[in-house]
Design a protein around this ligand. Structure first.
Ligand code: NAP
Length: 243
């Protein structure tokens, strides 16, 4: 039963590991955005499929029996393509989306619908901004000359960037203590993040430092069954295999 995992996340790598250990034939697909991606266990293919039609051809040519979309919650285009291609072929399709974050007592969160909305809000909240939204979205903040930005990403941002920008190249996981130090060293007065879920070290640090958070909401998941963890996905897949 060949399984295609749409990946690029820690959960996708973990799922590939669980499935390979259980003896499934797995191919993980990565977009090819980073030069040195963390490779999941099992077979790996890299690069876009060429839209929905390209993915339909791939699923047919490779005789894929099941597609698991374990992409990042903000990879909405790939997720839509996965759902559409599986719908066209009648291939079973599962989405793995870890839970988003929720605010706790002491948090000052401002939920917004997009990076552009985050950029509009920032000047009302602070001037020294910690951007953890990934390098692809940095252009949205380019017009804010009154603010200084610290942007953390795995690889350097390209294209249009804010005029006053320091880049910190780093890859998680991060610790609460490390995040606290970073906020203090750079005198950060506002944190911007997407609601990715997972480790909340930066959010805990922001809470204890009294730093407001601009939280960009997730796009809705594609239609069809959704589970929150790789372990639940394995359970779903063993049910499909038993049919
Ligand atoms: P996206 O906007 O949803 O997708 C744009 C196009 O990139 C897709 O139409 C597809 O090209 C290609 N693509 C995306 N993910 C792919 C995959 N896993 N395998 C093969 N092709 C893929 O995607 P994105 O937001 O740029 O994210 C790209 C990758 O980075 C995803 O794998 C995602 O899991 C990972 N990631 C994203 C974020 C984020 O904040 N968006 C954060 C961490 C990791 P074709 O149309 O040619 O098939």
């Amino acid at each position: 039963m060949p399984i295609l995992i749409l990946g690029g996340t820690a959960d996708a790598r973990r799922l590939a590991g669980l499935l390979v250990s259980a003896g499934y034939d797995v191919v993980s697909s990565l977009a090819g955005r980073t030069r040195e991606p963390l490779r999941p266990p099992g077979r790996v293919r890299i690069g876009g499929f060429g839209g929905v039609d390209g993915l339909v051809h791939y699923l047919r040519d490779e005789r894929i029996d099941v597609l698991v979309d374990a992409t990042h919650p903000f990879a909405a285009t790939m997720s839509e393509h996965g759902a559409a291609a599986c719908g066209a072929l009648g291939v079973p399709h599962l989405v793995v989306r870890r839970e988003g974050w929720s605010a706790s007592a002491g948090d000052e969160w401002h939920r917004v619908a997009s990076l552009d909305a985050a950029a509009r809000l920032i000047p009302q909240l602070g001037r020294r901004v910690f951007l953890t939204t990934g390098r692809q979205g940095i252009a949205a903040f380019a017009g804010l000359d009154e603010c200084w930005f610290l942007a953390r990403s795995v690889e350097a941002p390209a294209g249009t960037v804010p005029r006053r920008l320091a880049v910190l190249l780093d890859r998680g996981p991060f610790t609460v203590e490390g995040e606290r130090r970073l906020l203090a060293e750079h005198r950060i007065d506002v944190l911007v993040t997407k609601d990715s879920g997972g480790s909340d070290a930066k959010l805990v640090a922001a809470r204890s430092a009294g730093v407001p958070v601009v939280m960009v909401d997730r796009p809705p998941p594609p239609r069809g069954p959704v589970v929150a963890t790789p372990e639940e996905a394995v359970g779903w897949l063993s049910d499909v295999a038993a049919r």
